[in-house]
Design a protein around this ligand. Structure first.
Ligand SMILES: CC(C)(COP(=O)(O)OP(=O)(O)OC[C@H]1O[C@@H](n2cnc3c(N)ncnc32)[C@H](O)[C@@H]1OP(=O)(O)O)[C@@H](O)C(=O)NCCC(=O)NCCS
Length: 205
């Protein structure tokens, strides 16, 4: 996997409420790249693809209470209210996954910081046409590499309903460790985690 194309974008998390909506100009330079993929911030122009993703019953099948989108306006509101605040407040977020060589938006993969738990959720969601080609594994490995470079000492979690076998398989393939099962209103959730090791500071004498 190639080194992240853009480093040092991480800002320290600040504890506090996220705004309901936020004005934000996304950075379209890739945050990271892998052999086949570019990951960059989601922009308002991606709303149509976000709509395609979140209006598909198959994609949404194991996402519990998350609402299936029914309009482009809802997708745009989701980008502004749920995606942008993570970029703005924490310098990370769910990133658009683009096939290299001017390919299409195929889904998203990335982090969501939870200030209450002081942990980063690693998640992914892809358009059905692109399932089963290793893209989720490749993108998630890239995100973990980003974590190793920018989130030293932080806790990363990955959660999936136990019925979501493909998602759990991805968590296992990227080396996340099974931690526990927990019950929530959507069902039984498998929780995987990984602590990013603290980088050792080399002191030149
Ligand atoms: C989960 C998801 C991201 C996986 O994406 P993907 O690009 O197909 O994943 P990959 O190809 O990298 O790997 C999937 C793995 O699961 C396996 N898999 C898929 N469906 C499976 C099933 N029903 N039973 C057993 N294994 C299955 C694949 O064989 C592959 O493992 P392998 O490489 O060992 O063969 C994709 O299915 C998706 O977007 N689902 C809808 C959104 C979602 O549920 N997101 C996760 C929320 S927790």
């Amino acid at each position: 996997m190639d080194a992240p194309a853009k480093a040092g974008r991480y800002r320290n998390p600040t504890v506090g409420q996220q705004p309901q909506s936020c004005e934000y100009t996304s950075v379209v330079t890739p945050v990271l790249e892998t052999s086949r993929l570019l990951l960059r911030e989601i922009v308002e122009e991606d709303a149509h693809d976000v709509y395609l993703l979140n209006s598909s019953p198959n994609v949404m099948r194991y996402l519990g209470s998350e609402r299936v989108l029914t309009s482009l306006e809802e997708a745009l509101a989701l980008v502004r209210r749920r995606i942008f605040p993570q970029y703005q407040n924490y310098g990370v977020g769910r990133w658009a996954v683009i096939l290299k060589n001017n390919g299409p938006f195929i889904g998203w993969c990335g982090l969501k910081y939870d200030p209450a738990a002081s942990e980063y959720d690693l998640g992914y969601r892809f358009i059905e046409d692109y399932w089963g080609k290793g893209y989720a594994t490749e993108a998630a490995r890239g995100v973990l590499e980003y974590c190793r470079q920018h989130l030293s000492g932080k806790r990363i979690v990955g959660k999936a309903l136990i019925e979501n076998v493909a998602s759990i398989r991805v968590l296992e393939k990227i080396g996340m460790k099974f931690e526990r099962l927990e019950e929530d209103s959507d069902g039984t959730v498998a929780v995987y985690s990984l602590n990013i090791e603290h980088r050792e500071l080399k002191i030149e004498l």
